[in-house]
Design a protein around this ligand. Structure first.
Ligand code: NAD
Length: 346
């Protein structure tokens, strides 16, 4: 059985990744696309063979056969559109961040609960096959106790006049809110740990927009492991490896290029028995890394199929609002720490 979708916001991510992913999904049928820019809606309708192209949400929500909407509009539009969709009885796959603030995200979750519609969030990097394998390895204790983790996501995002993402009032935040959110979510999801403390710096170093272009945060996890996330809009794509690293008392996992919109990258696993005895000579034996090698797919296809299954089988979505709200709270507290935190001046 196929779930019938409407899409709200036909810009960057919808057109570049999610709609191509939806076309490959085994349980999805695209019915209508909507964008405030009518030309964009019309172009995307033709490209993906939708039945309707619309330029307002009400008309899309009035289409009876649509069971679920994918909301990929700018963040400042999410709350109003999610409320309208929930009230129209449509299930919602909402792009990250869910809303401008964690408070608003909680209101959306409550509204969906009251309306009896399912709400999933677009933290699709969880569906990367390598990330799921890494999660299994850590859960099986292969790395021992996790003591340190790091995740990085960067891109080059220079000043664009009028751009919503470069204005915190319209986006909820810059590099940390936009990209760091995936990194924090992956660290928590893969390790199975939760952050219990956070501090950090969020700066606008390179560009002149009203949002952070550089952020680094440190989290203390609930097992006392320490974790670092860096998110930058001011490092060229080609100059960063988007590393994801987990270190434990028995080994490590180092991934390059898996934090991405494309399911790809390279993962090296090192398992050592150093934990058994202290090596007084501190000779570092050369371990041969094991490379992860499992079939890769399309994270957006998996995201669409997963949410479709949740609706069609009436089960909990795999990526819930609670997951996304927990991450958004960490980002907000990191921003507060950056603004008000106590730091030692060197
Ligand atoms: N999960 C991911 O991989 C990923 C990647 C990029 C962006 N995103 C998220 O997707 C969302 C959209 O980001 P983007 O990069 O595609 O933005 P974008 O600016 O490229 O596209 C947004 C689109 O929404 C349209 N729009 C503006 N106001 C609207 C309204 N009121 N109703 C409907 N459409 C409206 C614009 O015309 C544009 O076509 C954001 O929440 C962003 O964080 C997720």
């Amino acid at each position: 059985m196929k779930m019938k979708w409407g899409v709200i916001g036909c810009g960057g991510i919808a057109d570049r990744r999610t709609l191509p992913g939806m076309m490959l999904a085994d349980n999805a049928e695209l019915i209508a696309v909507m964008d405030s820019n009518a030309e964009a809606a019309e172009r995307v309708k033709e490209k993906y063979n939708a039945k309707y192209a619309l330029d307002n949400v009400e008309e899309l929500l009035a289409i009876d056969e649509i069971q679920a909407v994918y909301i990929a509009s700018p963040v400042f539009c999410h709350k109003e559109q999610a409320f309208a969709a929930a009230k129209a009885g449509k299930h919602i796959l909402l792009e990250k961040p869910m809303a401008l603030t964690a408070e608003e995200s909680m209101e959306i979750a409550e509204c969906c609960k009251q309306a009896g519609v399912k709400l999933g969030v677009g933290l699709m990097m969880r569906f990367h096959s390598y990330h799921q394998e890494m999660k299994k390895l850590i859960a099986a204790g292969k790395l021992g106790e996790i003591v340190s983790m790091r995740a990085q996501l960067t891109c080059w995002y220079p000043d664009i006049p009028g751009n919503w993402r470069q204005n915190k009032a319209l986006s909820g935040g810059g590099a940390l809110m936009d990209m760091g959110i995936h990194c924090i979510d992956l660290l928590q999801y893969i390790s199975g740990l939760q952050a219990s403390k956070v501090t950090g710096f969020a700066e606008t170093q390179t560009f002149s927009y009203n949002a952070d272009d550089s952020a680094t945060i440190v989290m203390k996890m609930n097992n006392n492991a320490l974790a670092m996330v860096d998110a930058n809009f001011n490092i060229p794509d080609a100059a960063a490896k988007c590393r994801l690293e987990f270190y434990g008392t028995k080994g490590s996992i180092m991934a390059e290029g898996t934090i991405s919109q494309i399911e790809a990258g390279d993962v090296s696993i090192l398992i050592s028995d150093d934990s058994l005895a202290y090596d007084a000579s501190q000779n570092r034996e050369e371990l041969v890394p094991v490379k992860l090698n499992v079939p890769l797919g399309n994270m957006y296809t998996k995201e669409i199929e997963s949410f479709g299954r949740a609706v069609l089988n009436d089960t909990e979505p795999e990526i819930t609002a609670a997951d996304a709200i927990a991450v958004q709270k960490i980002v907000e507290q990191a921003y507060l720490a950056s603004e008000n935190g106590i730091t030692a001046t060197l």
